[in-house]
Design a protein around this ligand. Structure first.
Ligand code: PMT
Length: 402
């Protein structure tokens, strides 16, 4: 996600400096090019060697040290930065930047950069709540500096309250988000995900293998790209992406009702869910007993559920409706038929028997077929990448409609 991005990590002198090592390691795992600048106080908490080893780059501490390149370092680092993250950001460094003080390599470089600068404050609760620190932070926010709010909890000083540096994973996510194009801002996108379940009795139900991963990826990527996202999800074990509105449903009829509530106000409906096509015509109020059947057989009659994609595809007007086709054979033929029958803008076909495609895994292999019968096959990809492709196509259609 951060390939070819230059991230400068500024480490100031607080006990949370040890967490900055984890941050650098996580940034490297995202393929960022990381340079670390430490204050002299930070180097008392954690060795520059730790950062040098994790970043696979020299670490900068002393303004007047022998230069590592034939460059004025604070200027070359400032220019190189695609994003600058100060983690931990102490009350001292926040105060210095807010008041225009540049008296070491870190503060000088922050002052010289034109890149986005993000602070991850970490300090004692009383320091954090001190009106001077609060005023400095408000002023910096007004100037366009970003802050990742600290967490609340037991601090190293044994006080309890706000001041604990945000988790490195959340800081990395924030940095990734700062590079994502927000090209779906102002659009409401409804995504359905996961299986539905149809109860037989209070104990048993029928369902399918959908894990929800494909739909959750679409919801996350759409939200990252600035859309207002409603995720209508059947039962899954997944943690919903932050910042999306989640509507939980069980049966296909529930899913239908949930889509109906959101449809009028949306511009896009993406049906990645695998709703059950049939439901038992009767749901027993009590547990069905082993001996309830005849001749060692239990016969259950199933009746048809509504086809959600088809219903909303037919009444969509200028909305975009995207469907999926989960097939085991004749992928393209069946997908084309579904595309037409459900009046979809395009369909994402996946052969669920192929290794790397379909249910449960983190990858999918899809063929996208649009209304004009343009057919594009894609290789195996992470479901997040498939989600990007789908939303690129949605964005293209939105743009050509307007
Ligand atoms: O959830 P994962 O484990 O990540 O797996 C992903 C997936 C395989 C579930 C996903 O990629 C996928 O193919 N979803 C559609 C599954 C499905 O129900 O396919 P279908 O060919 O039976 O249905 C065609 C379309 O009609 C789908 O968009 C489906 O959501 C929709 N449909 C189906 C039945 C129904 N009663 N109402 C519907 O809206």
């Amino acid at each position: 996600m951060l390939k070819n991005k230059n991230v400068i990590v500024g480490v100031s002198g607080g006990i949370a400096a040890y967490k900055a090592a984890d941050l650098v390691s996580r940034l490297k795992k995202q393929h960022a090019n990381v340079d670390v600048i430490m204050t002299e106080n930070a180097a008392k908490f954690i060795s520059p060697l730790t950062f040098q080893t994790l970043a696979i780059n020299p670490v900068y501490v002393d303004m007047f040290a022998e230069p590592k390149h034939f460059d004025v370092e604070h200027i070359s680092l400032a220019k190189k930065a695609d994003v600058f993250i100060i983690a931990p950001a102490t009350a001292n460094i926040i105060g210095k930047i807010a008041n225009g003080i540049a008296d070491d390599l870190l503060t000088t470089t922050i002052m010289a950069t034109t890149s986005k600068v993000i602070f991850a404050p970490a300090m004692n609760t009383n320091m954090y709540l001190n009106p001077i620190v609060q005023k400095n932070m408000s002023y910096l926010k007004e100037l366009g500096y970003e802050f990742i709010e600290p967490g609340t909890g037991l601090l190293a000083c044994q006080d309890y309250g706000p001041g604990r540096m945000a988790e490195p994973a959340d800081i990395v996510e924030h940095i990734i988000q700062s590079f994502v194009k927000k090209d779906l801002e102002g659009k409401k996108i409804v995504v359905t995900a996961g299986p539905t379940i149809e109860p037989l009795d209070p104990v048993r139900y029928v369902t399918n293998h959908s894990s929800g991963k494909m739909g959750y990826s679409i919801a996350k990527v759409a939200k990252d790209r600035g859309a207002e996202v409603v995720l209508i999800t059947g039962p899954t074990h997944l943690e919903p992406p932050k910042g999306v509105r989640v509507v939980r449903v069980n049966t296909t009829l529930d899913m239908f009702d949930a889509v109906e509530k959101e449809f009028d106000s949306c511009q896009v409906l993406i049906k990645a869910a695998a709703p059950l096509d049939f439901r038992p015509d009767k749901v027993s109020d009590v547990k069905i007993k082993k001996d309830d059947g005849e001749n060692d057989q239990l016969n259950i009659r199933y009746i048809k559920n509504p086809d959600i994609a088809e219903y909303f595809g037919r009444i969509k007007e200028d909305r975009i409706v995207v469907g999926f086709a989960a097939e085991t054979d004749n992928l393209i033929d069946y997908a084309k038929k579904k595309l037409k029958k459900k009046n979809l803008d395009f369909i994402v076909a996946n052969n669920i028997l192929k290794e790397g495609a379909g249910f449960k895994g983190d990858t999918n292999i899809v063929t996208i077929i649009d209304k004009d019968e343009n057919i594009i096959d894609y290789p195996v990809m992470d479901k997040d990448k498939v989600a990007q492709l789908i939303l690129d196509k949605v964005k293209y259609i939105l743009d050509t409609k307007s």
